[in-house]
Write a new protein. Structure first.
Length: 287
C-alpha cells in the first residue's frame, strides 16, 4: 500500500488513514514523496536562511511521516522513498504495483476553498489500482461508525467495486450498505403517466435488478458480511452524501476506457471526491 506525503495537513490525514488500514490488512506501507511536489502545486516551501536543502527537507519529511506511522501502528512494516518527479507521475507509477494508493484531500495549494487538490483528483481519475482520498470529518476518518457504503451506479459492469467494499467491511467487522439511487425521468411522467404507479414500480425494479447483478456472486464469496440493500429515489450525489455522513468509507467505481486521455471519472464519483463527508475509495473498472 502506497501513501503520498507532502507535509500538508491533508497528507497527515492520509498517513493516519493508511496506517490504520495497513494494520487491519497486514500489508506493508510505502511512504512516497515527490520532490517536485511544491512546484506542481504552484508554490515553494517557505525556507528560512538556515533551512536545509530540498533533498534534506524531503528526507526529513518522509522520516517524520514514518515515525508517525510507528507511533500509531508499531507492527506495520514501513518503507520510504523520495522520488525526483512530479507527484502525479510518481504516484501513478507506484500504483502499477500497489494494492491501494492513499492521498489526502488537498496539498499545499494556494487556492482558498479548493474542494480537492489537483494531485488527488488526477491520481483518483487515472490510477490503475484502487485509490482512497482520506477526506471527511475526523470521526469518519477514524472509522467510528462501523459502516461501509457502496454506491452502485448505472454503468457498474464488473464486480470489482462490490468485492472491494465487501472486503473492507469484512476487515472492519462491520456491515455494508449497498445503495442504488433511481428516479423516473420527468419527461416520461408527463403528460400520459402509466396508471397505478406502474412506471415507478418499473424503475424501482430495474434498480433492484442492478443491485442483484452487482452483488450477486461477490456476496456469496464473502458470506460473513451483513449486506443491507437500499433503493433510494432521488439524485445519486445527494443520496450518497447523506448516506456517507455516518459511514467510515464510501466506495464508488470509475470507468477506465482504453485510449481515452485525461480524467476518467463519472459525474457522481467526481462529486463524491469533492463533497463526501467521509473517506472515498475509487475503484477502477476496465472496459
Amino acid at each position: 500500500m502506497v501513501v503520498g506525503v507532502d507535509g500538508s495537513e491533508g497528507s497527515l490525514q492520509a498517513v493516519d488513514w493508511a496506517a490504520a488500514e495497513a494494520e487491519r490488512s497486514g500489508r506493508p506501507l510505502r511512504l512516497v514523496h515527490a520532490s517536485l511536489w511544491e512546484h506542481y502545486e504552484g508554490i515553494r516551501p517557505r525556507l528560512s536562511e538556515d533551512r536545509p536543502s530540498e533533498q534534506v527537507f524531503a528526507e526529513n519529511l518522509v522520516a517524520a511521516s514514518e515515525e508517525r506511522v510507528h507511533r500509531q501502528a508499531p507492527d506495520v512494516k514501513v518503507s520510504t522513498d523520495v522520488r525526483p518527479d512530479d507527484p502525479v507521475t510518481a504516484l501513478l507509477d507506484e500504483g502499477t504495483e500497489a494494492a491501494l494508493l492513499v492521498v489526502g484531500p488537498r496539498g499545499h495549494g494556494p487556492i482558498v476553498g479548493m474542494l480537492l487538490g489537483s494531485v488527488s483528483l488526477a491520481v483518483a481519475a487515472r490510477a490503475s489500482c484502487p485509490v482512497v482520498v482520506a477526506r471527511g470529518a475526523e470521526p469518519n476518518r477514524r472509522s467510528t461508525y462501523g459502516r461501509v457504503v457502496l454506491g452502485v451506479g448505472e454503468s457498474t459492469g464488473s464486480t470489482a467495486v462490490a468485492r472491494f467494499a465487501l472486503c473492507q467491511a469484512r476487515a472492519r467487522k462491520c456491515e455494508l450498505t449497498a445503495v442504488r439511487v433511481w428516479r423516473c425521468p420527468p419527461y416520461e411522467n408527463m403528460p400520459y403517466p402509466l396508471v397505478d404507479g406502474a412506471q415507478t414500480r418499473a424503475y424501482r425494479q430495474q434498480a433492484d435488478e442492478c443491485l442483484d447483478r452487482v452483488l450477486g456472486v461477490t456476496v456469496r464469496d464473502v458470506p460473513e458480511v451483513t449486506v443491507r440493500r437500499k433503493l433510494l429515489q432521488g439524485t445519486a450525489h445527494q443520496a450518497l452524501i447523506e448516506e456517507s455522513e455516518s459511514a467510515d468509507l464510501l466506495v464508488v467505481g470509475a470507468q477506465r476506457r482504453r485510449g481515452v486521455v485525461g480524467l476518467q471519472l463519472g459525474r457522481v464519483t467526481h462529486a463524491m471526491l469533492h463533497h463526501a463527508p467521509c473517506p472515498v475509495a475509487v475503484i477502477p473498472e476496465g472496459r
